[in-house]
Design a protein around this ligand. Sequence first.
Ligand SMILES: O=C(O)CCC(=O)C(=O)O
Ligand SMILES: [Fe+2]
Length: 198
Amino acid sequence: MKDLTGIASENLPSEAVFLPAFVRPDEEAALVHALDALNWSVELKRRVQHFGYRYDYRARTVTSDAYIGPLPPWLEKLGSRLHAAGFFETPPDQVIANEYLPGQGISAHVDCPPCFGDTIVSVSLLSQCEMIFRQQHGNERCSLILEPRSALVLRGPARYDWSHEIPARKSDLIGGARIARERRISLTFRKVIHTGSA
Ligand SMILES: O=C(O)CCC(=O)C(=O)O
Ligand SMILES: [Fe+2]
């Protein structure tokens, strides 16, 4: 098991952990290949795929009838890695793959608190981009470059008290240089909370 010690940077919301090399390049290629062999949904501006449970963007819910099935082995493997590293109490059972082409992003949000457990992990593939965090009840703001093959763990205050977003841009300013974005895919791991309602 490789070392999963992350970076809890002072510049990040409290309890966020950044794992710079969570997946290997060969794993990254295999993940992209597996995703591209399946159907990307065009229900949003960016293409998505849901695994485990379908998330209803309009109703902002996950009901038990939204169950799709167990995670495919190639996602289950990464979920187990996060569980073994102590980031999840029980293995995650829901994953959303998001595809961002240059110019696409995700608006500021807090992942649905009643739908998903305390930990949210986003794994970045293929291209870097900037993620911005904003304090919900305050004026603080910070940002992080999500590098390809990294994982970002959001839990505690980082998950509930700060929103996160990816600006819809074609490039990011990184260390003073403007770096063009390429196709990026993220895999967001979550544990569904069962409310008992249908
Ligand atoms: O693309 C990302 O890294 C973030 C995705 C995200 O915030 C989400 O799916 O809720
Ligand atoms: Fe999110």
